[in-house]
Design a protein around this ligand. Structure first.
Ligand SMILES: [Zn+2]
Length: 83
């Protein structure tokens, strides 16, 4: 029995113990959660699983070290141009 992950699109196999299962599955490829309902070895429905806590990707600091690096480079260019 194989389930297609809705997060990454990869298919992963399920053990026979999941032939009657309703609940969360975790994709071994991307770690995404799937809300699956399986009856008699047939996958009835697979939906995106809801995480208990929201992902923290948006919590990154707004500082951008590359911006400062870029301004240093432009200063150097100005000095060269002046000399
Ligand atoms: Zn996945």
């Amino acid at each position: 029995m194989r389930v297609n992950c809705l997060h990454c699109g990869h298919a992963f196999g399920l053990d026979v113990s999941y032939s009657d299962y309703e609940g969360m599955l975790r994709c071994p490829t991307c770690g995404g959660l799937l809300d699956a309902r399986i009856e008699d070895g047939l996958i009835r429905s697979v939906r995106l699983g809801m995480l208990a806590s929201p992902p923290t990707q948006a919590a990154e600091p707004s500082r951008e070290p590359t911006a400062r690096h870029a301004s240093n480079l432009s200063n150097e260019a100005e000095h060269r141009g002046a000399a």
